[in-house]
Design a protein around this ligand. Structure first.
Ligand SMILES: Cc1ncc(COP(=O)(O)O)c(C=O)c1O
Length: 500
């Protein structure tokens, strides 16, 4: 066997060895069963190191061209003949499970399971995080399409980072949120969930730790689980993430990042206080851990008070900020955005390019016009007013329960987080509610350990119309009341502690 090596070209020598041997095997010059020279001998005869030959042999093994035989050395593989053609070949059902990535096995399909479980067609829906479709700004969108009829420019490709006029509008929008960024620093995403996905891709390898608030957004838990990460939950109180608990966990686990929803948190509705925002940033700086700030609800506030994003308070470039139009316009747009330090942005741009190239151009075009024409502010104002009315209605309907359900009244966002008596199992309440015709999301879904959150439920008050809100809450209270009197025990704890 002869190996041709040219030391004057830039192709690594081990690849030249592979190519040379591969060519001889494929041309039949080295037949099956042929014993390749021992690594040391081939190295010496070609004036290369033994490790170079070992590397080349390993690659040839990985290609299935040679194999190691005890006592013989490295041998050209026997030819594997394809199955002989048969007239009627039996096709077996494909066994999918062994092919799946094992990390995905950590993620259960809880949401769709729950949604389909015994729910009635006419059920009052407090479950999914969708806003009222009756509030969609249809007229304004139609006006835009009339004024700017579709042209080919709106249907072609655009930059991976997004349609530039929309990035300009987003940079203006961020000014309203106390954040000054140029359009070049904003990148469009297919929903802010894509930002969570990209962060997982960028930072997490199996076994890495990531910090989340406990409870937190279900899909973030699922995404981090799918990455094989160790999810460390930090409890919340009425000021947001418990920074006193966080510090010890940062020191212990050295997490890759902290995921937080500081403003009108999902599912609790909690707003992180200014004091906590500063403490959280100080800890991130001290332990050199980046923060992924998720802000879908910040603009849905019912008081005059506005909370600056962590990104606006961060002077050292530790915060990756993501936001979305899903809760303030509609989820179907799949339009979110990210603002991140440059090295992170570079990774996100690559991920966007290899995932789906860019957000759909017609959607971006329409959105940019919607913002430029000033429709957004009017729409937001109307929507926030409507949500506030729905919140008030939900709260006064819930108060009829006289302590059966305990909860904090949120100042914004779309959720109320309720605690129900501990003598009621979650499953029993969920299925009785489904049978009666009202759906909510069980608290367990929002915890990294599903055994937690057993006596909590999340209500989205923004979706239903007022009459159905009243009907739904009365059905929910009826169910809680029935189960509570059925399971009454002298030890029922009823302390007011809806968050932790
Ligand atoms: C905290 C949080 N992040 C992200 C999302 C999803 O946003 P998008 O539809 O933009 O992917 C939601 C929606 O429920 C959410 O509550």
């Amino acid at each position: 066997m002869r190996v041709t090596i040219n030391k004057n070209i830039s192709l690594p020598i081990y690849i030249q060895i592979i190519n040379s041997i591969k060519e001889q095997i494929l041309s039949g010059l080295l037949p099956p069963g042929f014993v390749l020279p021992p690594e040391r001998k081939l190295a010496a005869s070609n004036g290369v190191s033994r490790s170079t030959v070992i590397k080349a042999y390993d690659e040839l093994k990985a290609l299935g061209l040679v194999e190691s035989h005890r006592g013989k050395g490295t041998v050209v593989t026997e030819k594997i003949e394809p199955h002989p053609p048969s007239k009627k070949q039996q096709v077996f059902p494909l066994s999918w499970h062994p092919l799946f990535d094992k990390k995905l096995g950590n993620v259960n399909d809880t949401i769709s399971d729950l949604m389909n479980a015994g729910s009635r067609q006419d059920a009052v829906s407090f479950d999914a995080g969708i806003c009222d479709p009756r509030l969609y700004p249809l007229h304004q969108l139609q006006a835009i399409l009339k004024e700017y009829p579709l042209q080919s420019e709106m249907l072609g490709l655009c930059a991976v980072e997004g349609y530039y006029p929309l990035r300009e509008e987003l940079s203006r929008l961020m000014e309203e949120r106390s954040l000054s960024v140029s359009p070049h620093e904003v990148m469009l995403l297919s929903g802010s969930m894509q930002g969570i996905d990209f962060a997982a891709h960028t930072f997490l390898s199996p076994g890495d730790a990531v910090i989340v608030e406990e409870p937190t957004f279900l899909q973030a838990i699922q995404r981090f689980r799918a990455a094989g990460a160790k999810i460390i939950g930090i409890p919340l109180d009425r000021e947001g993430i418990r920074t006193d608990v966080l510090e010890a966990q940062l020191a212990r686990y050295k997490p890759k990042f902290i995921y937080t929803i500081p403003t009108f948190h999902n599912p609790t509705g909690v707003v992180m206080s200014m004091r906590r925002r500063k403490e959280l940033l100080d800890l991130a700086h001290k332990y050199q851990v980046p923060i992924l700030e998720d802000d879908p609800y910040g603009e849905i506030h019912f008081t005059k008070h506005k909370y600056p994003p962590l990104k606006a308070l961060d002077q050292h470039g530790y915060v990756i900020y993501i936001s979305t139009f899903s809760k303030v316009l509609f989820t179907g747009f799949r339009a979110g955005w990210v603002i991140a330090p440059e090295p992170v942005m570079k990774k996100f741009v690559i991920l966007k390019q290899i995932t789906d190239l860019h957000v759909n151009t017609p959607g971006q075009f329409i959105l940019s016009r919607f913002l430029r024409e000033g429709y957004y502010e009017d729409h937001l104002h109307q929507q926030v007013t409507a949500f506030q009315q729905k919140r008030d209605l939900t709260v006064s309907a819930l108060h009829k329960a006289e302590g059966l359900l305990t909860f904090d009244v949120p100042d914004g966002g779309i959720y109320i987080w309720c605690k129900f008596p501990e003598n009621i199992p979650q499953r029993a309440l969920l299925s009785l509610c489904a049978a009666k015709g009202v759906n909510y999301l069980p608290g367990n879904l929002f915890y990294p350990q599903e055994s937690d959150g057993e006596h909590f439920l999340r209500l989205n008050y923004s979706y239903e119309i007022p009459d159905r809100i009243e009907k739904g809450i009365s059905l929910l209270l009826e169910a809680v009341g029935e189960l509570n009197s059925r399971n009454k025990s002298p030890n029922v704890k009823r302390e007011y502690n809806p968050i932790i």
